[in-house]
Design a binder for this molecule. Sequence first.
Ligand code: FA5
Length: 326
Amino acid sequence: MPQDLDKLEKDALSAIQAANSSDVLEQLGIQWLGRKGEITALLRSISAVPAEERPAFGQRVNSLKNSLTEAIERRRTEISAGAGQASSQIDVTQPGRLMPRTHPHPLRETIDRIKRIFIGLGFEVVESPEIEEYRFNFAGLNYPPDHPAMDEQMSFYITDEHLLRTQTTAVQGRVFQNRKPPMRICTIGRCYRYEAVDATHGHTFMQVDCFAVDRRITMADLKGTLEQFAQEMFGEVETRFRRDFFPFVEPGADFSVKWKQAGDRWLELGGAGMIHPNVLRQGGIDPEEWTGFAFGLGIERMPMIRHGIGDLRLFYENDYRFLEQF
Ligand code: FA5
């Protein structure tokens, strides 16, 4: 019996020493010292030991129990100290990993410039929704009932009454709902059209729309505002107005700037004109007393001109090799 106990102690101690986690140690504790453990079973078997051997046997089992309990405690302390040691091995003097330097996306940067310029010219920037009501996107803007732009083929309808706005000009009706002139308003955001995508057209693109309503606003205010905008956005640049038609302005014009990097060709930035009396009237504004101008410009085309970028799709591909260059 004593030899058996010596061997048992030796095996148990080496298992405890080999334990490399507190979970393993826990299991060993249960195996040796738990209620159904081997030491407990030995203590229970004492009645089977001859009476004269019992005191010595009892003492031996108790000392075994103490030795295993202590060994488990010792190993537990070692393991938790070891865990602490691992974290202290992190070298806090090592230089950190450098994150790549970032900068605003060229469209973000353009939007910030646009805002700064128009705020400087006295416009107030407002938000307007991308999911727009038919009455603001089209009906309130004097579209004749059969105008092709309202066709489902040109627009993304969500319900009969709601569509993804095709133009930020939709902001006018919203503002007329709860404001009285005089006013100078600017809004910037995404527009959506069911359109063949090419280097200067996307199905998703951004516009800025501005309008001003006041007494005695004339075409000269419109031209002056757009020319000032172009000089601030592009520096010295040639601009051009040509007669154009939009249902919500009369007279209407398109506005282009000379794109030097693309062989001196004209690139249309947007449309403009004097707000149609019907639009003012639908907005509850008396066109005999008030007049207004409005314009809407494509945003992607501005950094294209400024940086000589030939294709607006590049702005949406998130290719780091492209974005890195700004
Ligand atoms: C309009 O959207 C009118 N709402 C502009 C306007 C506002 C006229 C107020 C009068 C008064 P147009 O469809 O031409 O007009 O678009 C204006 C500009 O948005 C275009 O010149 C172009 O720069 C940009 N644009 C239009 N469609 C796209 C497209 N698919 N992809 C990229 N840019 C576009």
